[in-house]
Design a protein around this ligand. Structure first.
Ligand SMILES: Nc1ncnc2c1ncn2[C@@H]1O[C@H](COP(=O)(O)OP(=O)(O)OP(=O)(O)O)[C@@H](O)[C@H]1O
Ligand SMILES: [Mg+2]
Length: 215
């Protein structure tokens, strides 16, 4: 790839992970407040702690390539986040890492493949479906929007912008539904009327990706 290549790569992925630390720090209170309504009031704390640890890990051991960066994020999240979100986001990044194996740059299709693999991992690990009021209610519509944008021939930034918009709509759509997975499901119908914290952190993740690829 020459200097005029439109493909992003390691720089974008590292920027994304760095932004995630900033974004979860800035939204720690909001995520925790959402989780206090239908969970155990730790989601913002968990995500903030996790991505601080990811930054520390990347600084201590600069990754050689995209796969190693995402792998380091996965291992760190699994070790430091705990709860439901730790293993789920850990799996997301582990599968995303595998999807980037051997790729020095990410073309638009590779960016979609990264999110497809990650989302698939969350589906398999959490065994939740669309409409269960989980992070998948943001991730699955985002993936669908990405696939559509890719099919229309748009570039990575536009793909991620559309994914973030779809994730935001999916996040809001968790408000009127009843949780069928995770801690919130113990509340039964009392989970209705509250936005899912995990769908919110997933929207923030997508929006940060759009920002990382834009910059
Ligand atoms: N089976 C699942 N599949 C996908 N996402 C899930 C699942 N269970 C929970 N989640 C997501 O995880 C979020 C909660 O994450 P959090 O970090 O607060 O873990 P937790 O529920 O407190 O975990 P634990 O119950 O193990 O303490 C939920 O808002 C939901 O989006
Ligand atoms: Mg919680």
């Amino acid at each position: 790839m020459g200097p005029l290549s439109m493909a992003g790569g390691k720089r974008e992925v590292l920027h994304w992970l760095d932004l995630l630390q900033q974004v979860y720090a800035a939204n720690r209170a909001w995520l925790t407040e959402l989780d206090s309504a239908i969970g155990d009031a730790d989601h913002g704390i968990n995500m903030d702690r996790g991505f601080i640890a990811v930054q520390a890990e990347l600084a201590a051991h600069p990754p050689a390539d995209i796969r190693s960066a995402l792998q380091a994020a996965a291992a760190t999240l699994i070790r430091h986040v705990g709860g439901a979100a730790g293993p789920l986001y850990g799996t997301f990044f582990l599968r995303a890492a595998a999807a980037c194996a051997g790729k020095p740059e990410l073309e638009a299709g590779d960016v979609v493949a990264l999110f497809q693999a990650g989302t698939q991992g969350v589906c398999e690990r959490g065994k939740a479906a669309a409409g269960d009021k989980t992070m998948l209610d943001a991730l699955l519509p985002a993936l669908e929007a990405m696939r559509q944008a890719l099919a229309e021939g748009t570039g990575s930034v536009e793909i991620l912008d559309r994914a973030a918009a779809a994730a935001e709509a999916g996040m809001r759509a968790t408000i009127p539904i009843q949780a069928r997975k995770g801690r919130a499901s113990y509340l039964g119908p009392r989970s209705i009327g509250h936005q899912d914290p995990g769908a919110t952190s997933a929207f923030l993740m997508l929006r940060a990706a759009a920002e990382a690829w834009r910059a």
